[in-house]
Design a protein around this ligand. Structure first.
Ligand SMILES: Nc1ncnc2c1ncn2[C@@H]1O[C@H](COP(=O)(O)OP(=O)(O)O)[C@@H](O)[C@H]1O
Ligand SMILES: [Mg+2]
Length: 340
């Protein structure tokens, strides 16, 4: 086996790529470390031919201030996800897998061509484009619907939920329950209910930060917590990003609130008639409340919120937990109304 302990060490990486026959011995690629990720090393490799790859190496200790560990073998799950998701989503929405090296926990994929921009950065500048919101909803609905229709394949491929449990349920809901005692029962029930559901494939990290915009189209990245489970989690997780920005960007608040509603309705329209819709809206509301709290009081905070904004998010969410809205639209309105 050719070893490569750290792909962020350019010399070691070039050596590894040559020794493992991924590039020619006389190839001199340009290497650039990509910032932004917390659970992986991510490196851009540019070859003389003009071809560009992104390599990802899973870390066992995540790059956050508190100790947080996860098995690096999850890179294998991410590689499988790229292959399955390609079949279920609009063309170009998923990057192509080039190789998987299970021993070094590395995968190689096609780089999204330049120019591209991280969608989160665009949103934080207040650039909210209706077409992107619609695409984001259609993409999630196509994953949830097509993975359900293909559950004979998707269930065995993504049945294991251990990464979702260690990277989402515990740090988001479990840890937050220890920090916000008023919400402890709510969060523990949410964990239990989540574990009872096996409806379809759940991305688990459906965030604008994991979306690049290229040619005005969305490309989805970062599939390491994908699993077969509760699709309402993806809605709660993603709506939280839109609502957190509604809070943070006061001048754009109504645009983000309208976009959150458009996102939800577009998703539902594109989901079609799946058999797991009973109580679905309530489940989505509960996951949105759980994620709103987790991202303001948990182990993985929305980094653009200052302490005052986090306090507002916690109190608006606790109010909504105490008096739970009956629809996602009511949740959006009630949450935003409680903000300064
Ligand atoms: N295929 C790709 N093409 C271009 N940039 C990429 C690609 N994959 C990842 N990146 C960049 O690297 C960052 C981190 O990648 P990501 O898969 O989200 O890793 P992490 O799990 O550490 O968050 C992304 O936000 C993006 O900017
Ligand atoms: Mg990421």
């Amino acid at each position: 086996m050719i070893e490569c302990k750290n792909i962020e060490d350019p010399e070691a990486l070039v050596d590894y790529l040559r020794q493992s026959d991924r590039i020619d011995l006389d190839e001199k690629p340009t290497i650039a470390n990509l910032a932004g990720g917390v659970s992986n090393r991510t490196v851009l490799v540019s070859l003389a031919s003009g071809e560009e790859w992104v390599l990802k190496q899973a870390l066992s200790k995540l790059r956050v201030t508190v100790d947080w560990f996860s098995e690096p073998s999850r890179i294998k799950r991410e590689a499988a996800a790229m292959q399955y998701l390609t079949r279920w989503t609009p063309a170009g929405a998923i990057t192509r897998l080039i190789f998987l090296d299970e021993s070094n926990y590395i995968l190689g994929m096609e780089a999204v061509p330049q120019p591209h921009e991280n969608w989160k950065n665009m949103l934080l500048r207040g650039e909210v484009c209706r077409e992107h919101i619609v695409d984001f909803a259609v993409l999630l609905a196509s994953i949830h619907r097509n993975a359900f229709e293909n559950r004979k394949d998707s269930f065995p491929a993504f049945e294991d939920r251990s990464f979702f449990e260690s990277l989402r349920l515990e740090p988001y809901y479990g840890y937050t329950a220890t920090q916000v005692s008023e919400a402890s029962n709510f969060l523990h029930e949410l964990i239990e209910d989540t574990l009872t559901r096996q409806d379809t494939v759940v991305h688990g990290d459906y965030s604008p930060k994991n979306v690049l915009v290229h040619d005005n189209r969305l490309v989805l990245l970062d599939h390491e917590v994908i699993h077969f489970g509760e699709p309402a989690f993806d809605i709660g997780f993603s709506l939280t990003h839109l609502l957190g920005k509604a809070l943070h960007l006061r001048e754009n608040r109504s645009v983000f609130a309208k976009s959150a509603s458009l996102y939800w309705h577009t998703y539902l329209e594109n989901l079609g008639n799946v058999p797991w819709l009973e109580n679905f809206e309530t489940r989505c509301i509960r996951h949105t409340l759980g994620c709103l709290l987790a991202r303001s009081a948990g182990r993985s905070l929305l980094e653009y919120l200052d302490e005052g904004e986090r306090g507002q998010q916690i109190s608006a969410t606790l109010d909504c937990i105490a008096d739970q809205p009956h629809s996602v639209d009511d949740l959006i309105t009630n949450f935003c109304r409680k903000l300064k």
